[in-house]
Design a binder for this molecule. Structure first.
Ligand SMILES: [Zn+2]
Length: 206
């Protein structure tokens, strides 16, 4: 947890001239054991608490990586080879967040990408509106072949719940990739109802 939050704070600190000072990371205790993977997995929520001024997002699009393992760097390497319909190369990883499965990232660890840190449009949905106004979340795994881990689902549910609350995004505006583009993503074994269970719908009374 500590290492993850420190990493996030360090990553965003370089560009937050207009944002309040980052003081979320507690001082490092020299006697504290270093068990980054295990500690991060027990409490992923500190990894994505926003510390920069956010733009107004209106939707969330959920994906799987369709790989057995991965992290921000491995996806970034693949996406740098892609081009948009006009032939322009992608800037790098197209998602705003990646949720690990214990293989290359800790199980349930949430890593924001440069697109979240810099509040940039995504490259993930195959639809312009969803790329420009949607927060792209990629969960590592191939959920056509196996279900996500319990820690991944806890992390995804918390991430969606928090982002939806911050941006007043109703349940109806939180979608799977397959809901907006012809794809199987995020896979037939992904428990969608569980992922969005923390977000109220507009049709429910408040
Ligand atoms: Zn997808």
């Amino acid at each position: 947890m500590l290492l993850v939050s420190l990493t996030f704070a360090a990553l965003v600190a370089g560009r937050t001239t207009a944002a309040p000072p980052v003081e979320t990371a507690p001082p490092v205790q020299s006697e504290a054991p270093v068990e980054s993977a295990a500690v991060a997995a027990t409490s992923p929520r500190t990894a994505w608490q926003p510390t920069v001024a956010e733009k107004h997002w209106t939707t969330i699009v959920l994906h799987h990586s369709a790989t057995e393992q991965g992290d921000v760097a491995s996806i970034d390497a693949v996406h740098r080879g892609k081009r948009d319909p006009s032939g322009k190369a992608w800037l790098g990883i197209g998602y705003h967040f990646v949720v690990g499965n214990g293989r290359k990232m800790a199980d349930g660890e949430v890593q924001p990408t440069f697109r979240w840190q810099q509040q940039l449009a995504g490259a993930h949905a195959g639809q312009r509106d969803y790329n420009e106004n949607g927060i792209g979340i990629c969960v590592i795994g191939n959920f056509d072949e196996a279900a996500p881990t319990a820690r991944q689902m806890t992390a995804v549910r918390d991430l969606i719940k928090t982002l939806a609350a911050r941006h007043a995004i109703p349940r109806e505006r939180i979608v799977r990739h397959q809901d907006v583009t012809a794809t199987a993503c995020p896979g037939r074994l992904f428990p969608w109802d569980q992922a969005v269970s923390g977000v109220p719908g507009t049709t429910k009374g408040s």
